[in-house]
Ligand binder design. Sequence first.
Ligand code: SF4
Ligand code: SF4
Length: 336
Amino acid sequence: MRKKRLGKANIEVSVIGLGGIPLQRLTEEQAREVVKEAVDSGINFIDTARGYTVSEEYIGAALEKYQLRDRVYLATKTMVRDYEGMKKEIEISLQNLRTDYIDLYQAHLIKTEEQYAQFVGEDGGYRALVEAKKAGKIGAIGITAHTASLLEKFMDPEKFDTIQFPYNPIENQGKGLFERAHAHDMGVIVMKPIAGGAFGRGDLSLKYIMQNETITVAIPGMDSVEQVRQNAAIGSDETALSIEEKTEIQGIVDRLGSEFCRRCGYCLPCPQGIDIPTQFLFEGYLTRYDMKDWAVGRYEAQVKNASDCVECGICETRCPYNLPIRKMLKRVVQAF
Ligand code: SF4
Ligand code: SF4
């Protein structure tokens, strides 16, 4: 397994990491085996989140049972933005992960300028992260987002050691952000490396990602020992993509590309207040990740969802991929 330095976080991580989302749909025992197999396969970076229900707890249980804490770097994240809330979240993560130190703590999915302002403000969560770092509870601070135009504004190299953003052959709008992060010695973590399963050929998608030198680590979500073995093997493959592989990737991109949201966010704001890319994100969790309850819960908790679209069409004039957003939102409504 190849390793790379995660920018200013200054740790050497395997180029394939373990994404913790799917662990929550396993039993604790199954999750333990996935984590153990990952470490045995050379993976030393595990990313999870407070929001992934039992994922942190399952990982903590696996690390304790197999005494793996010294063999992995742990990353987690929270959507809590305020100072007091963040202090509590860090303590809960430490407890769940059964450790006294988390290598990377990230601001999870900052979605608006207001949220960012709160997070970095006087009573914001960022201050709690800085204090936790000084106290030796966390090692580095990162930021994650799904929308390129927002991350572009928020990825302050003075504040953050890493960024985390989706990337794969159909969602490659993060390329410029990665170059900028790399130039500022920020670690680059790639989420959704196989487009939430939509890409089909996970091996080719990961290999495509590995060719981009500005990326430090890709974190596919894995829910079986077999999947871990397959994905980990790509981390040792140093060959360039062959002409046949490139042709195959392009074929898949062409098939999926016509109606696939890249989450760039340029369609926003919607006058009805719909967070358009998030509708497609939840649809993906429902239809591709097989996380029905999780997706339905989050979809329904939104103040506005796809069903509030009045079909004004403004968003479609802004989408650089010319997506038929109105038609796609109807599909989302139907799916839910
Ligand atoms: S078409 Fe629907 S989603 Fe698009 S801007 Fe209008 S109301 Fe919002
Ligand atoms: S609908 Fe289009 S503009 Fe909006 S996030 Fe998706 S790809 Fe970007």
